[in-house]
Design a protein around this ligand. Sequence first.
Ligand code: C2O
Length: 553
Amino acid sequence: GITRHYTFNIKMANVTRLCHTKSIVTVNGRFPGPKIVAREGDRVVVKVVNHVKSNVTLHWHGIRQLRSGWADGPAYITQCPIQTGQTYVYNFTITGQRGTLWWHAHISWLRSTLYGPIIILPKPTVPYPFARPYKEVPIIFGEWWNADTEAVISQALQTGGGPNVSDAYTINGLPGPLYNCSAKDVFKLKVKPGKTYLLRMINAALNDELFFSIANHTLTIVDVDAVYVKPFNTEILLIAPGQTTNVLLQTKPTFPNATFSMEARPYVTGQGTFDNSTTSGILEYHDQYHLHPSNSKHSLPLLLKRPVLPDLNDTGFATNYTSKLRSLANSEYPANVPKLVDRRYFFTVGLGSSPCPENQTCQGPTNGTKFAATVNNVSFVMPNIALLQSHFSGQSRGVYSPDFPIIPLSPFNYTGAPPNNTLVGNGTKVVVLPFNTSVELVMQDTSILGAESHPLHLHGFNFFVVGQGFGNYDPAKDPTKFNLVDPVERNTVGVPAGGWVAIRFQADNPGVWFMHCHLEVHTSWGLKMAWVVLDGSLPNQKLPPPPADLPKC
Ligand code: C2O
């Protein structure tokens, strides 16, 4: 591979959407941010210079970061923030991945404006396992608030209530014409007839899973989270925050007498307030004939066709769609599912509440409480020095404790009833794993405050989704149905609303790896934890020392 150099200047820029102009944090003044393009095997070096008042870190979502944990980016987990005027160089190699990933800020809610695509092409001599597309187009969903998002979340954390919902969803930064004052801010995908386009879709929205569809067109899913899948056709796809999906779009063989709307709208399983609006863009057929304004009198009147999306809470669609995602699992792209499990874990994930601090009025789920979210009833408390730094220097005492509450499945003592997490505990607790442990993790939605789908993201690894179901996980029956042959491999998975998901991964990457719900509001409330993976005994099984420019707290 080669080395690809990028310079990301973090600076403010004025952006206007929905008739509101605000000053936002950007990379190089661009919104959405610039794309990174590399091939599998390349080294990527991104020099990040912070010119803004806020602290910043960037995360390369889904990049395996094999023995390069110092470049992973979550604030206070692998690094201290890059302060005003400081520079930090992220340096990592892309190993064994090809597809679409993305980068985003990983501190507070800055990722609402700091995000962009990572395009990973196969090695030069290696073709796609599908017909070569005519063109490739990134499509990145986001969420726009007219207000400052840092103010939105800090107000929510102070009152203990839910943050204000966004004012619009966006496609490539543009809300589209279904919103007021947004007629011109429309993403247009101009296509030719009879061609195949590869759409590289990314859900960078903060708090919502999204359904997406293009009127009168079929999408062929070929890749999720930078891993090829067995191709299948669908009219509608579902994508959770953090997830990426590559789809092939086959355009009509001749010029249609219509333009086609592409639309995305949330899949909502929780209660409470949410933004149920729709973002839209346009699929427009073009050729020279249509492009020449002098010919416009010859063009046929164009009709706008709109797609039909599932109901907001259509869990049936969600279940059916996710069950179709399967690894290629062939000789070229094998699914290396851990067959033997060294350690089994059972984690509950869900919302709860904690007492309202004195002298405060709280707007939590019940009187006198504020919202909290947990893994195994622990609401994670961010340390004020990075866990990876304290782990590497052997000074973890007072920073984190290795006593993350574990309900081992073997020997089974899980009662079948989710722990009551209405009132939660908190702490900076981690699970410590010896190098190369093969892990099975069952995550159960607790439903204490209503069932809700949680897109859980694990840093530093891909995992295989070996099983999922509704109700309480049954350790006696459910494992017999696990798919160890062609389960989908990914980095973010939805724990079904009122159900469970089982994943397996090989802890072959020494470092400290964050795991959290990718609904940003749940992360803010504490639905997060970390795995510490110890060094192995061989030199190539150890985390190298930190780079000299690693920021200090
Ligand atoms: Cu995409 Cu920890 O995040």
